[in-house]
Design a protein around this ligand. Sequence first.
Ligand code: GAL
Length: 353
Amino acid sequence: MSRFSKLFTAVAAAATLACATVAPAHAADSTDANSNSISVFYYSLNDLFINQLSAALQDRALANGIKLRQYDADDDLMRQVTQIQSALVINKDGAPIIVNPVDTQNGIAALRAARQSDVPIIFFNRMPSEEALASYEDAWYVGSNPANSGYYQAEIVQSYFEAHPEADRNKDGVISYVMLKGEPSHQDSRIRSNTFVRTMLENGIKIKPIASISANWSQTRAQNEISALADRDQLKQVELIVCNNDAMALGAINALQAEGYNIPNTPAGDHSKYIPVVGIDALPQALDAVERGTMIGTVLNDYTAVADVMMRITEAYLNGEQITDDLIGYQSRNHIVDVPYVKVTNENISEVR
Ligand code: GAL
């Protein structure tokens, strides 16, 4: 039981919930020690998905009268360590902190610091080890099982090639693909990629890698990588581009379009200048791409639900309530909350919008 929960009084709760402003990113520089605020630490707000999640969190906090102090580490490990340490010093009443670690390992340092300050800690997006989470009773992780997103990508690709056998342009019965991966150390890159490949093989679909490239979740890097393939005249061989996230899928599509491929609403059935692209996240821009047919599908990485669950847990701590799966709204195991992914194609896109 955290210090905040123990000391909780109705007066404190009323004061905590009365405040409804949102602090700007880089708030670490601020010396305004406001005990009514919740601190949120992002690995990088330049990441399109993280940015979307931050917007969802702000909306959710505002709606419930919670003030957010948001810290952007700009992908700098030391900056995040300093931000968390400074925020813990001014966190007088032990309100929970929400952390998206710069590095999956770094989460452990954040957890230790929070435990020492008797402050609950809610992780998202990069999961510390289960052992680390289990070492502190007020530590949580809210996220999704990465294997399921790789699995859904395989399903999207399989259905697409069944409906469009002409997408196998050289008609050799093998899908020649390029894989664009996220950061090598991230659980989502490794597990999404491996599950995609394993599922295709298990389903008896022949696949052949043309290239497997880490573009670090970045749209620009993905665009450069696919442009480089085009420069080497390799696009002709590529029959599929599988991306660990939508930002990279959008970058790939930009590069393809510069070469005259994947022009919106091209006639179905003509694959001479079309390479199927699949992503993960369901960013609004990717949903547009699916609707325009420049992308065959994506997987909803449910940032609105993740934001909602993290605020539910935060509020439960603030109110001294017990945290149950009913309260969370999703299943949890050992303080790991699983928010399901959702497969998205043109068939169900309106349900996801
Ligand atoms: C993944 C997400 C990526 C990227 C990454 C950052 O879950 O799909 O787009 O944001 O997290 O850690």
